[in-house]
Design a protein around this ligand. Structure first.
Ligand code: ADP
Length: 870
């Protein structure tokens, strides 16, 4: 409103001023015109004045003189021609004063006082007034406010009148009433008034327009302000409530404003934040890192930057934030503030750190373990290798782009097919890939690698990725080859040793056969008691030597692992009874209580190796009988099922005696080779100290062990514990258990024709003597082929066949004889050999022989066996 009024008034004033100026200029032009018309009148009237007479008129006394009257009359008369004239007189300026010389009467006004020559004007004029100046300078003077008129408004013109006296100045003055001019100004005044009215109206309209415009603009402004306020409010609440931490900082890093999220982020209030230095809540090195980025902002190269930095919370905790920093510039484009938004990324950072740490560890482990690692996209074939992979394949990590194809191209030509097939198979079956193969490196060197991989499939089951490792195993391969070679060499050496022992045993056993055989023969001749005692000593020494040779042979076979456990199912009770019976005679001779107990819970049959089991039990029973002088020796057997399905049973074979017992300190050494507790007792009883060592080893081979409990002077208890299944189908044991000594029946063998196949002449001779004593007819062959030939042409009731023969060995000859035999015929062939091991027995039986006699051959044994087969 105010603006409208001001605008209206202003416009009115301006318009009025313009109107007034126009009007005034019209007035002044009118005045000028009027004065312009008055001037020639004054000049004409001045020309009518007789200047000489006028100059003569100087005093009052000259009033009404003729010149005075004539001159006055002339001028008075002129008035009728100029009706509008006011004053008309002539004057003189002399000595600073103005006197009127000639004066006329204005009939409209009359005269207040009588005129006389040189009457003072009666009006004081300042010496520097324009009238005085014009008089002094003899100039025509025009004025719309002449000083010579005392009242009313007039237009006056003063023209100089020449006077011979230079000290005085004469002039003529006329004036005219302003009314004449005013009459001429009526139109102008009307125009002025109308103009002023129009100006007034225009001013009102303009004022209202301004008012309305101002109102609108004010409204708009108000609206804008309201909107701005709303916007600001919105911004403020958005800023305050934003989950993103935001702060406004000064250029020196001090926080000026911070929203709630930022305060929560650092654990400070906004006012507390304002008091902090940047170093109080950030890390100096992080700030340093920002410097180049800030420089970029300053140089207008960027408007914002992002950086990851650590913030120090009030509680001392360090948190990571992703800060987006933008600059705020002032009107001069200088940086005034920084606006920072922070998103907490501590978890991400920790996860990244953990990941990079584990990746670093993995890489370190891979490097340290020289494990080549690769990751291959099976669709594109592109792969990523670690440095070790490049080292294995001798490729340059910078120039070589690994692919599956390139990887396959390195595979040795001979292995390529197998590698491709296996990898293909693993892709299809989605099973882990693992393979060892050779690669040919760029330098041509062949290396052995072990490759492993895991295949990844997409949802449709298509293999898309393979991640794997390569390890250079060239050294290990070479080493294992070397080890295999060494093992083979060791085995060969073992075998050689075993063979050597077998040969040795055979070679010792052969002459021993002669010695023992002839000792046995000699024993049956007529001898005195002294000779008999010598012969018996010779016999027991020979037997001792034989046991030793057998034990050493056994041991060497066990150690060189040439002994194989051959399990079969057999009936336990008859088996154990036979073993028990073998030592019955010895126990009887010592008057021992010799017993054998089988628990009722023991299954009927067992699945194990009867030869080894028999060997162990014979040794344990033999020791018990050997070392026990009084009391009893007892073998008891128990068994209990193991596990849910009772497939396996725990069997216990316990040999208890009331012998001398074993001192506790000797127990741990009992199973050592050649260990004997009491050498004097051994001397008394004989023995080698190998029996228990061999038995324990055999027990282990059977899946068991021998445990011992003993108290000196009370007795010993040896228990063989073994895990073995109970038997389902029983096989005959006839040939497995050692034969029971039977009474010889010379009647049965009398006159029988026996072919003895023996290359050793001593043994041939011994055999001949023994057979002769039995009443048999002996025929001899020295080689395998001779034997086959003799069987082919001769008639024999039985063959005693040596195993080791010069050309065709005993087994070969037997096979040949069996091959040539007609159906229904079967010649009894009995092995007679120095190879005394159970394996040898089996070998002979497998070759087709019927029985087995080991050297040294006892006369009784020969008689019994022969009577069985002829
Ligand atoms: P050998 O009987 O040939 O001496 P062994 O290895 O069978 O060898 O036995 C080792 C030693 O253990 C024997 O010399 C003996 O001292 C002791 N020994 C074995 N069995 C018994 C037993 N039943 N009673 C007392 N001592 C025994």
């Amino acid at each position: 409103m105010r603006d409208g009024i001001i605008a209206g008034v202003l416009i009115f004033l301006l318009s009025a001023a313009a109107v007034v100026i126009v009007y005034q200029s019209a007035v002044s032009s009118k005045l000028k015109d009027a004065l312009g018309q008055l001037r020639p009148q004054a000049e004409y009237l001045a020309s009518l004045v007789d200047l000489r007479a006028h100059a003569w008129l100087t005093t009052r006394q000259q009033t009404n003189s003729q010149p005075h009257t004539a001159l006055t009359q002339r001028l008075q008369n002129m008035r009728q021609f100029y009706p509008g004239l006011g004053k008309l007189f002539t004057g003189r300026y002399k000595n600073g004063k103005i006197e009127i010389i000639l004066d006329t009467l204005d009939p409209a006004r009359g005269r207040s006082e009588p005129h006389y020559v040189a009457r003072p004007l009666g009006i004081d004029l300042a010496p520097d007034s324009p009238e005085i100046k014009a008089i002094q300078e003899r100039q025509t003077f025009l004025s719309d406010q002449p000083a010579f008129q005392g009242e009313g408004r007039f237009l006056g013109v003063m023209v100089p009148l020449p006077n011979p006296d230079f000290s005085v100045r004469d002039f003529l003055y006329i004036d005219s009433s302003y009314e004449t001019v005013a009459a001429g100004l009526v139109t102008a005044r009307k125009a002025r008034d109308i103009s002023l009215l129009v100006a007034g109206i225009f001013a009102v309209i303009a004022g209202m327009t301004v008012f309305s415009w101002r109102s609108q603009s004010h409204f708009r402004q108000m609206l804008a302000v309201t909107r701005l306020r709303e916007g600001e409010e919105l911004f403020r609440s958005t800023y305050e409530m934003s989950p993103v931490a935001m702060c406004l900082t000064s250029t020196d890093g001090r926080i000026l404003r911070a929203n709630k999220a930022f305060c929560d982020f650092l654990g400070y209030s906004e006012s507390e934040l304002g008091k902090l230095q940047p170093s109080d809540y950030t890390q100096a090195e992080d700030l340093k890192k920002d410097q180049p980025l800030v420089e970029k902002l300053r140089d207008h190269q960027a408007s914002q930057y992002q950086t990851e930095r650590r913030y120090l919370r009030q509680d001392g905790q360090i948190v990571w934030g992703l800060a987006s920093v933008a600059i705020v510039r002032d009107s001069d484009a200088n940086i005034s503030h920084y606006m920072t938004q922070v998103v907490e990324i501590t978890k991400r950072k920790l996860a990244e750190e953990t990941l990079s740490l584990s990746q670093e560890r993995l890489a370190l482990a891979a490097d340290a373990g020289k494990v080549g690692m690769w990751d291959c996209n099976l669709i594109t074939g592109r792969a990523v290798w670690n440095d070790v992979m490049h080292a294995i394949f001798q490729t340059d990590a910078k120039n070589f782009a690994p692919t599956l194809q390139a990887q396959e191209a390195f595979v040795h030509e001979d292995d390529r097919g197998a590698v491709a097939a296996e990898f293909q198979h693993c892709q299809q079956a989605a099973t882990p890939y693992e393979q060892e193969y050779r690669i040919v490196r760029r330098d041509g060197e062949v290396r052995h690698v072990k490759a492993s991989a895991i295949i990844f499939k997409d949802e449709s089951g298509k293999p898309i990725r393979a991640v794997g490792t390569h390890i250079d195993i060239t050294a290990e391969t070479e080493e294992s080859k070397e080890l295999i070679r060494a093992k083979e060499a060791a085995l060969a050496a073992d075998k050689a040793k075993s063979e050597f022992l077998a040969v040795m045993s055979h070679e010792i056993r052969t002459p021993l056969n002669g010695v023992l055989g002839f000792v046995s023969m000699l024993k049956n001749t007529r001898l005195d008691s002294e000779q008999l005692s010598y012969i018996e000593t010779m016999e027991s020494s020979g037997q001792g030597l034989l046991t030793l040779v057998n034990d050493i042979l056994d041991l060497s076979k066990i150690e060189s692992r040439e002994i194989h456990v051959e399990s079969s199912t057999f009936e336990l009770r008859p088996f154990v009874r036979k073993i028990h019976q073998q030592l019955e005679a010895q126990a009887y001779n010592k008057e021992l209580h010799y017993d054998f107990l089988v628990d009722y819970s023991v299954p009927k049959s067992i699945h194990s190796d009867p030869i080894r089991l028999g060997q162990i039990l014979t040794n344990l029973l033999g020791n018990a009988v050997k070392f026990t002088e009084y009391g009893r020796v007892e073998l008891s057997i128990g068994a209990r099922p193991m596990g849910l399905h009772q497939k396996n049973w725990e069997w216990s074979f316990t040999v208890r005696d009331t012998g001398p017992g074993i001192p506790p300190e000797a127990l741990p050494k009992l199973f050592q080779l050649f260990y004997q507790v009491d050498s004097s007792a051994t001397r008394r009883h004989g023995g080698t100290g190998l029996g228990l060592a061999i038995s324990q080893r055999l027990a282990k081979l059977l899946g068991g062990e021998i445990r011992v409990e003993s108290r000196p002077d009370e007795g010993s208890e040896f228990t063989l514990v073994l895990l073995a299944p109970r038997g389902e189908q029983v096989t005959a044991l006839a040939n497995l258990a050692p034969p029971k000594p039977v009474e010889s029946s010379p009647q049965k063998v009398l006159g029988k024709r026996i072919l003895v196949v023996e290359d050793n002449p001593v043994n041939r001779k011994l055999c001949a003597l023994q057979l002769k004593r039995l009443g048999c007819e002996a025929e001899f062959a020295e080689t395998g082929f001779q034997a086959v030939e003799k069987v082919r042409i001769g008639q024999f009731d039985a063959v005693l066949m040596d195993m080791q023969l010069p050309d065709l060995d005993g087994c070969g000859a037997t096979r040949e004889i069996r091959r040539e035999e007609k159906t229904g015929e079967r010649l009894s062939i009995i092995a007679l050999t120095a190879n005394a091991m159970p394996e040898d027995r089996k070998k002979c039986l497998d070759a087709g022989m019927d029985d087995f006699l080991s050297k040294p051959l006892q006369y009784e044994t020969l008689a019994t066996t022969l009577s069985k087969w002829v």
